[in-house]
Design a protein around this ligand. Structure first.
Ligand code: HEC
Length: 156
């Protein structure tokens, strides 16, 4: 009977730890913010890394749009490929752990949409199709920006 109680205590403790880890994984490192958005709390370097990735996103989007206008589908494929999942290789795991699951999902989906643009530009070579894909992809930029912002953690 006593052993049974100890066993239950262990199971309950493990369950609580598991729930806490899962919660942290889904929620990430966040804080309340003064606007409607969720504030993701990152170190100075991590914030700088994400913001520089963002500026690259803007450059890629502009360049791909221009290449579509110029009917240069080979360039569309090259540019989109470099903005795709391959670019995620440099993101440290410790940074990914701080990002809420819903933001990560949106981020990876955006990378995959760039990969799809690359694949279709290389294979189909139809500018208006690529244009539509880019139009859809940019809705991800809007969705994420209206939901999240990044603040720097106060150094201790
Ligand atoms: C998964 C979420 C997410 C997606 C998708 C996303 N962004 Fe961002 N972006 C952010 C966040 C968060 C910030 C910081 C906003 C803040 O703190 O106010 C940001 C900031 C930026 C900035 C400002 C960079 C700076 O130096 O301050 C630019 C430019 C930008 N994004 C462009 C884009 C473009 C273009 C796309 C789509 C191709 C895109 N982003 C997609 C989350 C995202």
């Amino acid at each position: 009977m006593k052993n049974f109680k100890i066993l239950w205590a262990i199971i309950c403790t493990l369950l609580i730890v598991l729930i806490a880890v899962a919660y942290k994984f889904v929620q990430g490192s966040v804080a309340v913010s003064d606007d409607e958005r969720v504030a993701v709390v990152l170190s100075k370097d991590e914030r700088n890394l994400i913001l520089s990735e963002m500026r690259n996103f803007l450059i890629s989007t502009q360049k791909i749009s221009e290449a579509i206008t110029n009917d240069d589908m080979e360039l569309v494929a090259t540019l989109a490929k470099s903005a795709g999942m391959a670019a995620e290789a440099n993101t440290p795991g410790s940074l990914l752990a701080k990002i809420p699951l819903s933001m990560k999902t949106l981020g990876f989906d955006t990378r995959k949409k760039f990969d799809q643009i690359a694949a279709d530009a290389a294979e189909l070579k139809i500018p208006v199709h690529s244009r539509r894909q880019l139009d859809q992809l940019m809705k991800n930029c809007i969705a994420c920006h209206s939901s999240f912002k990044i603040i720097e953690e106060v150094s201790r």
